[in-house]
Design a binder for this molecule. Structure first.
Ligand SMILES: Nc1ncnc2c1ncn2[C@@H]1O[C@H](COP(=O)(O)OP(=O)(O)OP(=O)(O)O)[C@@H](O)[C@H]1O
Length: 443
């Protein structure tokens, strides 16, 4: 301690900085080595070179790698290896040696409220880190590294992604997106939906993915919005999964209740990658409709998330920070939605997911029992036309029994019960209505 104080007195800070920068300068000139820093993120943007390097190096892990991570999730065909932080790895490309090192930097601490009471001041802190690669090699190979080696790794990564793409579902927790493997089996083949509407939607999606030049020409962000509405159990979530599987897009499921401030919302939205579907379910219940009179105002950093803030980001400059993005809002009750959401141009397509129809029943019967025709189909068609039953309820009935005859007979019974129930409710409603009319007349 005393020695340090004496040294500090003898050699003031400026002098020490001067000496250390001189040593660095000399070392850089003498050392034959050059180091490139490849950060995980540049600001909010994910760095593709980092992602590509991570995937590439994971595929190159060998017995000489002293320490690495291993995992296997359900969707993974085999164990997935990856480098651990601090670990070095050598790679030889066209006879040149490249040394990689993965490092982690703590770059941000955030406050996390201890309870969910927004007025509470108690909080704990959590550090958020970012990773980077250091790539070192002889400086005479600088051009080779930048013009050949790194582009080659990027091409390798693009090709391997196409070959073996496991879709991801991202969930927002605190201020971060947490990925899990998306293994939803729903597809447009298995989805019970009006055939004409299904065809229109599939064409719309295909056209969208091929319209990069069109969106550029008309000066609009390359994004498309869909509003899915209809009663619970009619397949809105299944449709989103079918869209993701059809397009091979990841899903970002934005839980607005988890987002406290507009600044957090902005951070989450800008971190969403291209070629993805952003989903906000039950939009009528998700956002407090504060600031109704002030829908076009610019949200401030500390403002709580409102519909106005959400729409400002979705339609504002943020939307041009990425491309090929689909935004899906769902609701069980379109009538409850704020008119700002329904304004022309806000959502490109409004898709009604309704009760089961005969054509939807045929798809479910084919899914669950591989039958295209059956003597009971006529009776089921007639009953289904008369009642309001969701595809989820029909699916549940079909799943109860393995034997197709028994399953379809069970469905006929359920439909009869539903018909009786609806008739009873109707007669009660009629009775109540005539009671009101009588009392109105008496008044
Ligand atoms: N249209 C459909 N086609 C095929 N299966 C369906 C359909 N609708 C519902 N199902 C079946 O019912 C289950 C529940 O449906 P899903 O969660 O997609 O409905 P939802 O409309 O999103 O409901 P909620 O509004 O409650 O979220 C699905 O996992 C699926 O098995």
């Amino acid at each position: 301690m005393l020695a340090r104080t004496v040294l500090n007195d003898l050699f003031p800070g400026e002098f020490r900085d001067y000496v250390s920068s001189g040593v660095n300068y000399l070392w850089n000139h003498v050392s034959p080595e050059l180091t490139i820093v490849i950060q995980e993120k540049d600001g909010y943007n994910v760095n593709n070179v980092y992602q590509a390097a991570m995937a590439y190096l994971s595929s190159r892990i060998s017995p000489s790698t002293r320490r690495f991570k291993v995992k296997k999730e359900d969707a993974d065909k085999s164990m997935v290896l990856s480098l651990d932080k601090g670990e070095h790895m050598m790679d030889v490309f066209e006879g040149i040696q490249f040394r990689w090192c993965l490092r982690c930097h703590e770059n941000r601490r955030i406050n996390i409220p201890v309870d969910h009471d927004s007025n509470s001041s108690s909080s704990s802190t959590m550090s958020l880190g970012s990773h980077l690669f250091e790539l070192s090699f002889n400086k005479k190979h600088k051009e080779k590294a930048l013009d050949v080696y790194l582009p080659w790794i990027l091409d390798w990564w693009e090709a391997s992604k196409k070959q073996d793409k496991n879709l991801k579902l991202f969930l927002n927790e605190i201020e971060e997106w947490v990925p899990i493997n998306l293994q939803h089996p729903s597809s447009f083949d298995t989805l019970a939906m009006d055939p004409e509407l299904k065809r229109t939607l599939m064409e719309d999606l295909s056209r969208f993915t091929q319209s990069k030049d069109y969106y550029r020409r008309i000066g609009k962000a390359w994004k498309r919005g869909y509003l899915l509405y209809g009663p619970p159990g009619t397949g809105k979530s299944s449709l989103i999964a079918a869209m993701a599987n059809f397009l091979k897009y990841d899903i970002y499921d934005l839980e607005l209740a988890e987002v406290r401030w507009t600044s957090s919302l902005r951070r989450l939205l800008v971190e969403i990658s291209n070629r993805s579907i952003i989903v906000i379910e039950d939009i009528d219940c998700s956002v407090a409709l504060e600031n109704r009179d002030n829908l076009e105002s610019t949200p401030s950093r500390t403002e709580k998330v409102t519909l106005s803030a959400l729409l400002n980001f979705v339609d504002g400059l943020w939307s041009s920070c990425g491309e090929e993005r689909i935004i899906v809002f769902t609701t069980n009750c379109k009538d409850r939605l704020d008119p700002a959401l329904l304004r022309p141009g806000r959502m490109d397509m409004h898709i009604y997911m309704g009760y089961c129809t005969p054509s939807m029943f045929r798809i479910l019967a084919s899914n669950y029992h591989a039958v295209d025709d059956h003597p009971l189909f006529g009776e089921i068609d007639e009953l289904i036309k008369d009642v309001q039953i969701t595809p989820a309820a029909v699916a549940e009935e079909l799943m109860k029994r393995d034997d197709v005859d028994a399953a379809l007979r069970g469905l006929v019974d359920t439909l009869h019960q539903q018909k009786e129930l609806e008739a009873k409710v109707q007669s009660l409603d009629d009775g109540e209505m005539s009671h009101h009319e009588d009392s109105d007349q008496e008044e």
